[in-house]
Design a protein around this ligand. Structure first.
Ligand code: PXL
Length: 254
């Protein structure tokens, strides 16, 4: 049985964060492991509070898990503070962990910051170089590269600059260009652009599900390119069957 680890925030709605990662891993036939970085108080209307776990306890969770189990792939989602990044980088090296997917989560779908000031910089400097793939959305890609993204060429330019930060490949998601939802893969040699029609409405957790499908696919032995095609299809279908379980954003039924 293949295993995948998510290092992410807890979302009680199960629409994003480590809960949706675990569900997605299961849908993909991969056994899910999880370590929470923060707890959040939230519902489908918004994120109301973020509560950090003591860093020492985060380290304890990670070390106890890794002493026993070597995941076939792992992903990082919401990492609120920089101390955790340093520990993750260190353990990825120490345990020679392969297939690290970094989803540089910055802000919730309802607009709340999910990261402290300066942490994205630390992620870029230290975590990106050990990643198999990073999966920023266009907002995050703009923040990281300074490229204003309005079209396909801008997406490509941002992907090129993101590659300079050291990951093995990059996927920029969430371009809404000429009424289609465009995602772009780049590994320093080849660009792959995938498009689907935009489904109207507000959806919670799409980025988490996308990067979780990539992670599960890598755990199963697929390459990033193949994982990308799977993730695009999976998320599109999940958005089409999204449900309103509360009064706010719809969640993806994975
Ligand atoms: O969708 C980004 C995200 C990731 N992780 C957690 C979240 C959210 C969005 O609300 O709550 C824990």
């Amino acid at each position: 049985m293949r295993t995948a680890l998510t290092i992410a925030g807890s979302d009680p709605t199960g629409g994003a964060g480590l809960q949706v990662d675990l569900k997605t891993f299961r849908s993909m036939g991969v056994y899910g492991l999880s370590i929470p970085t923060v707890m959040t108080a939230q519902n489908t209307l918004g994120v109301y509070e973020v509560h950090e776990l003591p860093v020492d306890f985060f380290i304890r969770q990670l070390d106890m898990l890794l002493e026993d189990i070597t995941p076939d792939a792992l992903k990082t989602g919401m990492i609120y503070s920089s101390e955790i990044i340093e520990v993750v980088v260190d353990r990825v090296r120490e345990y020679s962990l392969r297939n690290l997917v970094v989803d540089p989560v910055t802000v919730s779908s309802t607009g709340r910051p999910l990261i402290k000031d300066g942490v994205l910089e630390v992620m870029r400097k230290f975590l990106f170089p050990v990643a198999e793939v990073i999966t920023p959305n266009i907002y995050e890609a703009s923040l990281l590269t300074g490229v204003d993204i309005h079209n396909e060429e801008d997406m490509k330019e941002s992907a090129k600059r993101l590659m300079e930060f050291g990951p093995s490949s990059v996927i920029v998601t969430g371009g809404h260009l000429h009424h289609t939802a465009v995602d772009l893969f780049f590994d320093g040699r080849e660009f792959i652009l995938l498009e689907k029609e935009v489904v109207d409405g507000g959806y919670h957790g799409t980025g988490c599900v996308f990067s979780a499908v990539i992670t599960a696919s890598l755990a199963r032995g697929y390459r990033v390119k193949e994982a990308f095609v799977k993730a695009k299809e999976f998320v599109h279908n999940a958005i089409r069957s999204a449900r309103a379980i509360g009064r706010g954003m719809k969640i993806l039924d994975v």
